[in-house]
Write a new protein. Structure first.
Length: 474
């Protein structure tokens, strides 16, 4: 009697076939699930279970077919596993091989697009260069009426320059900080901030106890002097008439001299604080402008009590200003007293020339630069203190083989260019520039000596080129 645990001998191959098919289909299902995960889609557990049930059903069907001898398309390998020649589908019913082919096609399309874009960029460069070198048509009559001057590129002596930062400052030799010199209370203020004043003009009036005391002292000294003069005259007459002794006469003269000294002392005290004797109010003290200038600072208001050393006004003569330059150690040898410089404003179109009037002997501890000054005339008050400027110094002159005028240089497509004369007009040509002294510009490359080009008013050609480019775009 056979044991029920033993597997019948005839069914063993069929079971091995079923197991092999289940393993293969499970592997295919796993690959399909991993691919769908990589594509960014979430795996539905219900779909996975359904796929496994379908795989199991397919396995049983295939096992039955193999048992009945209908497995003409399948074969066993050396280990007894069955390989199916049929193509397997994923959970969505798509062919795995067709998906791989589609992915390869997409990669090929992307490579083709990148190649196309690169080709377009390479093709755009020659087109851009061609547009830059496009001829701008100009007849001889148009050149004459537009005021365009034709010049020839050639050698010239170009002065090298060094540009240094600077700032406009007050001319401290013509700037005054007005202080009362006596304590008092402000009774009136006669000027406003920014107002032009004349020398001796009253700026403000103070009531000062100190001034009142000094004026009282002056008045008392003047009275004593008058009495001393009368006494001295009487003693002189008595002495001449032999009525009074000489000693009395000498004492009267001594008292008169002392009274004169007292009056002079009191008067000079008032002058030292800028006050006068006057016949009006003893306590009145007037603040006056020391010279012609502008009120640039005001720290005074009506009724305010001020001390004798308070800075209440700042007046500066802006007809001349200082351009203060910060000179680093490398350029100190170029900055000398008396050197002519060009000052250019940073915020607007303004330039002037001046001479260096002072060069500092020490370097700053923080900036490691020396201070130099240029005194600038400022008749129109265009140079305002606090304005940043650029100071240009000549560093030396040298010969350049190819130069053009500064007016011939125009910027086209962010490159320095010149308009070379050709038959029937001009052609823009990009160049590389070198040194410049404001009048001549050195051409390092892009232009040969002897080439004729547009010089003065070359901007007219640039404007015409811009119109032509706009017309082509439309």
């Amino acid at each position: 009697m056979k044991s029920s645990n033993n597997v019948p001998t005839g069914s063993s191959p069929k079971q091995w076939v079923v197991i092999a098919v289940i393993v293969v289909l499970a592997a295919v299902a796993g690959v399909a699930i991993m691919r769908s995960g990589k594509s960014g889609q979430d795996v539905d557990p219900a779909k996975v279970a359904k796929a496994q049930r379908d795989s199991h059903a397919h396995d049983e069907h295939d096992a039955d077919a193999k048992t009945a001898g209908k497995d003409g398309g399948d074969h066993k390998d050396a280990d007894g596993h069955v390989e199916s020649s049929a193509e397997h589908e994923d959970e969505h019913g798509h062919d795995v091989k067709s998906k791989a082919a589609k992915s390869e096609a997409e990669k090929s399309a992307a490579v083709a697009d990148n190649s196309s874009t690169a080709g377009e960029k390479q093709a755009a460069a020659p087109r851009k260069e061609a547009e830059h070198n496009e001829k701008v048509e100009f007849s001889k009559e148009q050149i004459a009426t537009s005021g365009i001057e034709i010049e020839t590129a050639g050698p010239a002596e170009v002065a090298g320059s060094v540009q240094l930062p600077g700032e406009i400052r007050f001319n401290e030799d013509r700037t005054a900080h007005v202080v009362p010199r006596v304590a008092g209370v402000v009774e009136s203020v006669s000027v406003n901030l920014g107002q032009q004043v004349r020398k001796g003009q009253v700026l403000a009036v103070l009531a000062s106890v100190g001034v009142s005391e000094q004026r009282s002292e002056l008045l008392a000294a003047q009275k004593r002097l008058a009495l001393a003069k009368v006494t001295a005259d009487r003693e002189r007459r008595l002495f001449e008439d032999k009525i009074s002794a000489q000693q009395d006469f000498l004492q009267a003269e001594q008292a008169q001299r002392e009274a004169e000294i007292a009056v002079s002392n009191a008067s000079q005290k008032l002058q030292a604080i800028g006050a006068t004797g006057g016949s009006g109010t003893l306590a009145r003290y007037e603040l006056r402008a020391p010279f012609d200038g502008m009120v640039v600072e005001k720290h005074l208001s009506l009724g305010e009590s001020v001390r004798e050393d308070a800075q209440v006004f700042t007046i500066s003569d802006l007809s001349s200003v200082w351009a203060q330059i910060n000179v680093n150690a490398a350029n100190l040898n170029l900055v000398r007293v008396g050197e002519v410089t060009t000052i250019r404003a940073s915020g607007f179109e303004q330039s002037a020339t001046g001479k260096i009037s002072y060069v500092g002997s020490l370097l700053g501890e923080q900036t490691r630069t020396a201070v130099a000054r240029v005194t600038l005339p400022n008749p129109n008050l265009a140079w305002r203190p606090g304005l940043f400027v650029t100071v240009e110094l000549v560093s030396g002159k040298s010969n350049a083989p190819v130069t053009v005028s500064a007016e011939a240089i125009q910027t086209i497509e962010e490159r320095p260019s010149v308009f070379v004369q050709v038959n029937g007009g001009f052609e823009a040509r990009a160049v590389r520039i070198g040194r410049s002294d404001g009048k001549r510009v050195e051409i390092v490359s892009g232009l040969e000596a002897g080439t004729t080009l547009a010089g003065k008013n070359s901007y007219v050609v640039k404007a015409q080129k811009g119109k032509g480019s706009a017309g082509h775009e439309h």
